[in-house]
Design a protein around this ligand. Sequence first.
Ligand SMILES: Cc1ncc(COP(=O)(O)O)c(C=O)c1O
Length: 372
Amino acid sequence: MINIPLLDLKAQYESIKTEIDEAVLGVIRSGRFIFGPEGEALEREIAAFCGAANAVGLASGTDALLLTLRALGVGAGDEVITTPFTFFATAETIAALGATPVFADIDPATLNMDLAELERRCTPRTKAIVAVHIFGQMPDMEQLGAIAAARGIPVLEDAAQAIGATWAGKRAGAWGRAGAFSFFPTKNLGAYGDGGMVVTDDADLAAELRVLRFHGGRVKYYHDKIGYNSRLDEIQAAVLRVKLRRLPEWNEARRRAAAFYSEAFADLAAAGKLTLPGVNPGGEPVYHLYTLRTPERDRLAAGLRARGVASAVYYPLPLHRQKAFAHLGYRDGDLPRAEQACRETLAIPCYPELTPALLDYIAAAARASLEN
Ligand SMILES: Cc1ncc(COP(=O)(O)O)c(C=O)c1O
């Protein structure tokens, strides 16, 4: 029986095994596990890859958001505007600092924050905007940047799912005051554990992040403020350096897989049976996930499962309807486009190691699931 996972990290490892084994053993042999040459090299390489002046390694994508918001001065009484259609960490970090997440509904085609909705929600209390590049696609960053700049509001890109994506030829992370990345194992650039990074052209912001990640100090045992313990360890950095060399080729393979699906499903889309991921023409996505939409999602998922193809719902519940945010007072129907997306989206396998034969099989399985 065929069994196609949503992502195949074992196949990926097999394709880079020699380099990975060497890199990991090299760190173990060196005896240097925290704040060392691998982490420093990775910071330089990611900064160069994104086209940013600085990069700061951290323990996770969540910390990348949290520490950057804190460095931007976000705190009690502030509002931070973001999307309700994202992973919880995007808004959790805003709330963890005592600020209020303000949710702007999404554009139903790209599933990113609708920029007219964003503009409507800007107030004098808006301290920052967190722009999430959902599933690896960026919104119109020129327009978003103009809305923010007109009001003097900094933009933090939540680029956790979008390393390598571009808007107008410039990479994710390089558009905002800062860009936050996650190296969670399933991300396009994934570690063998947790990891994160912030890129920024703002040298003062980078310096502040270095202080915050090191218990609020610059010098060991001297602490200027209350900080965090947030470090990207040397083993993860060494793994990520090997994988970063493959990232452009992997992202390209994801784009090819996405293009294949969009062609394979074009007739179903024309017949109104499926909605394909909408592509914003000014950008180049990296398809962290390839997400179909249909009111018959459960039937599609069950049909795929019966044919040995994994799929997953991202996300079942929008953030404004999460129990943790009940105190914010949103009700069903307040952000209808995000709510509908949560009822209809289904991610199907879209990763570099998928062969043309497997892609064919998955497309046929999806078609059969909707037809029977
Ligand atoms: C959009 C988004 N933001 C933030 C995060 C948090 O990253 P991490 O799991 O590395 O803390 C993730 C992924 O998990 C994510 O997908």
